[in-house]
Ligand binder design. Structure first.
Ligand code: HEC
Ligand code: HEC
Length: 382
């Protein structure tokens, strides 16, 4: 958790951003109930980003888009709630990690080390290995377990032959497709711009309405909120902040990294992949932040980025390896990790947080209230 200080957020909050970073004055309401984007509210670049994000022709073979795993109807996460991790466009391949939401990801600051706190903060992917949304967007197209294109040229050629190729040229120039590196960079640029729109971060949950004084929480939801925030109860807000900060509604993450001691997931399909996809086989252990090339430090092994809890009721399964199927199970884990042997040993035993969780002594009613409170974080409340 962050002990002090605020995150500097450099995205255009609650409004569309023009390409130059200024805010557009036009209305940006997005019909989240049907989860469709009102294209008239988008800048040209965001519109191209939208076409790219939903284009299932951009995998090899065709069939998988970014939205296949980050479906707006499922909190911008994988609609498949049975499998722990996501299936690639090749149906016999699975990634090693549970798909996180792409919603509110735009609020993660660029990856950095906070000297005052002595902590790594921000970035994209659950281990922070991409610093920005743009860097992140370059990954999935070429990931052999995901969209599986052999190279950048293949992706660029598909975009050059798409129905929106001329729109792409309107933004990036007539020669937009002639240099593969630049074109690939700009594909990621347009996607990142779309991910910064209010379509991804609508702030329309019941809890937002409650904070704005436009809805009331019932008794059990209020109890859940209290348990969530109380340092002597759930203490959840220590890492998943629940109050506005610097004029931004709560994001339910402070974008820091922690090892909760989450157990291994024996059902993770990645463990069964052949050696050329998974060199360690069933001994695979996910080192998280500490295992990335840019951090590469055993003091950070097992740490994963604190995820937002917005739309959490829609994004099962839970944790980086998808080991928990329900929110109730997550809460029980926080409550009894250190006193109930059934949880087994952590996937990574180093650096486990022993101070803020593990034996919370919550009653059954308090755990139930926590789960119900988290369901008030789903967008699209009327
Ligand atoms: C096969 C499923 C799949 C596809 C397709 C996919 N993703 Fe993801 N996405 C994931 C997984 C799994 C992760 C987490 C991986 C990790 O941290 O190593 C992730 C992480 C992300 C994140 C970071 C979220 C965070 O909190 O750090 C963003 C943003 C994102 N994806 C956007 C995209 C975009 C844009 C595309 C298309 C170019 C895309 N994804 C395609 C599964 C997918
Ligand atoms: C010390 C910081 C910390 C505290 C305190 C904390 N969390 Fe978390 N939470 C995390 C981290 C880090 C993860 C991701 C861990 C992983 O994937 O291995 C996480 C994951 C989750 C998830 C799964 C999210 C997803 O998308 O898979 C839920 C739900 C959750 N926390 C709820 C809570 C609740 C409820 C509490 C209070 C009882 C709480 N957390 C307290 C850091 C914290």
């Amino acid at each position: 958790m962050l002990k002090q200080g605020f995150l500097v957020l450099s995205i255009c909050f609650l409004s569309a951003c023009n390409g130059d970073g200024t805010s557009s004055s036009s209305s940006t309401t997005v019909s989240t109930s049907k989860n469709t984007v009102d294209e008239s509210t988008l800048t040209l670049k965001q519109l191209v980003g939208k076409k790219l994000f939903f284009d299932a022709n951009l995998s090899e073979p065709a069939g998988q888009s970014c939205a296949s795993c980050h479906d707006p109807d499922f909190g911008f996460s994988d609609p498949d709630q049975i499998m722990s991790t996501s299936q690639g466009v090749h149906l016999d391949r699975f990634g090693d990690r549970n798909t996180p939401t792409a919603a509110y990801a735009a609020f993660s600051p660029d990856f950095h080390y906070d000297e005052i706190e002595g902590l790594f903060v921000g970035g994209q992917f659950v281990d922070g290995r991409a610093s920005t949304l743009k860097e992140q967007a370059k990954g999935p197209f070429l990931n052999i377990l995901e969209m599986a294109n052999p190279d950048k040229a293949t992706v660029v050629s598909k975009v050059a032959n798409s129905s929106y190729a001329t729109l792409f040229q309107q933004i990036y120039g007539f020669n937009a497709f002639s240099n593969i590196e630049t074109a690939y960079d700009n594909i990621a640029d347009a996607i990142a711009d779309f991910e910064k729109t209010s379509f991804f971060s609508p702030f329309t949950s019941k809890y937002d309405a409650y904070l704005a004084g436009k809805a009331t929480l019932n008794e059990i939801e209020l109890l859940g909120l209290k348990v969530f925030e109380d340092e002597k109860k759930g203490n959840c807000a220590a890492c998943h902040p629940s109050q506005p900060s610097n004029g931004v509604p709560p994001l339910f993450t402070d974008f820091t990294y922690d090892n909760l001691g989450v157990p291994r997931n024996e059902n993770n399909q990645f463990l069964n992949l052949p050696e050329h996809f998974n060199k360690n086989g069933r001994n695979h252990k996910d080192l998280g932040l500490g295992g990335t090339t840019h951090v590469n430090n055993s003091a950070e092994y097992g740490k994963f980025k604190v995820p937002t809890l917005r739309n959490i009721a829609l994004t099962a399964p839970y944790m980086h390896n998808g080991v928990f199927k329900t929110l109730r199970e997550v809460v029980e884990f926080y409550n009894t990790r250190d006193i109930d042997l059934k949880w087994g040993i952590p996937e990574v035993a180093d650096n486990v947080n022993r101070e803020e969780l593990g034996n919370l002594k919550l009653t059954d009613e308090e755990m139930n209230a926590l789960v119900i409170f988290m369901t008030t974080l789903t967008d699209g409340y009327n």
